[in-house]
Design a protein around this ligand. Structure first.
Ligand code: F6P
Length: 325
């Protein structure tokens, strides 16, 4: 292997830059040239590239976002788009591609593999919804950012004796919401993996908290559940509480990565290049039981990630609810 391309695709995540740096530095160590492909798969289609030498990736570990830009490419989903991308790989002499992103990124990489390009995926998303990996780059930072914001909200909610409904990201999964809810000592946490009985799951916990003396309340809603404004209106109707909605939104995707994200990203970026260098392709780097392993992309995409039921039980216990199965 003489030259490798690195790209980031899909929603950005804190730690992606550390993974890019690690891939580039590992290439340097192995005597491989590393080329950054900008704007995800669009960069492969349009030949949007830059050489990532040793100094170009210097200082990247602590940077949020992705210096290679990210995109969701509609054109790459067409056969014509894939062909253009494959031609760019040939033109630039890329022997392999490292793609950092989520399931959509891995599907794109697999399409390239089908056309003879060696590829390795690295899981990077704040949603932690990649089934083959217990952890995805960016999750820890996003959880910490959300917790920091919610702590601030708790102060003003306490002063005004209000009920806060906070919507957190997570796409169709509730991992982020559950983790953040536990960390914040939320009054209730609504996640898409579990059916919501409004009276039992939201109103009862609020009443119980109120009867124990609490005068402000924090309801965490995963975006996959639906509108947090509807949740707030229903709470207001049922309890007459002064209720406010905060959608944390993209603030959760920004900021300097946590130590955990920097280290995980560095290890995963390193592993991806080592896999390519050892002749492997069509695989994704994963973490399981604190070890870095790799999976066939098709197998990885067919896996389903369940909710952390232990965490869910603990959360239900904290809010005084029986568990739900
Ligand atoms: O996958 C990361 C994520 O931030 C999800 O949590 C969210 O649903 C989505 O991306 C938002 O995407 P966009 O940045 O395109 O609005």
């Amino acid at each position: 292997i003489r030259r490798i391309g690195v790209l980031t695709s899909g929603g950005d995540a804190p730690g992606m830059n550390a993974a890019i740096r690690a891939a580039a530095r590992t290439c340097f160590h192995l005597g491989i040239e590393c080329v950054g492909i900008r704007r995800g798969f669009n960069g492969l289609i349009n030949g949007d590239d830059e050489v990532l030498n040793y100094s170009r990736v210097s200082g990247l570990t602590r940077m949020g976002g992705t210096m290679l830009y990210s995109a969701r490419s509609a054109e790459f989903r067409t056969e014509a788009g894939i062909e253009k991308a494959v031609n760019t790989c040939k033109l630039l002499g890329l022997d392999g591609i490292v793609g950092i992103g989520g399931d959509g990124t891995f599907r794109g990489l697999h399409d390239l593999a089908d056309h003879g390009i060696a590829v390795i995926g690295v899981p990077g998303t704040i949603d932690n919804d990649i089934a083959c990996s217990s952890y995805t780059i960016g999750y820890d930072t996003a959880c910490n950012t959300a917790v920091e914001c919610i702590d601030k909200l708790q102060d003003t909610m306490q002063s005004h004796e209000r009920c806060s409904v906070v919507e957190v990201m997570g796409h169709r999964a509730g991992h982020l919401a559950l983790y953040v809810g536990l960390a914040c000592g939320a009054t209730a946490v609504l996640i898409p993996e579990k059916p919501v009985n409004f009276e039992e799951d939201v109103i009862e916990p609020i009443r119980r908290a109120r009867l124990s003396g609490r005068t402000h309340f924090m309801i965490i809603v995963a975006e996959g559940v639906g509108s947090s404004y509807d949740v707030a209106n229903k709470i207001k109707e049922a309890t007459a509480l002064d209720t406010r909605v905060t959608v944390l939104g993209h603030i959760q995707r920004g900021g300097a990565p946590s130590a955990r994200d920097r280290v995980t990203a560095t290890h995963m970026g390193y592993s991806a290049v080592m896999l390519l260098a050892s002749g492997k392709t069509d695989r994704v780097v994963c973490m399981q039981d604190d070890k870095y392993i790799d999976y066939d992309i098709t197998e990885a995409l067919s896996m389903k990630k369940g909710l952390d039921e232990d965490k869910y039980t603990v959360m239900r216990t904290m809010i005084g609810q029986h568990n739900k199965v």
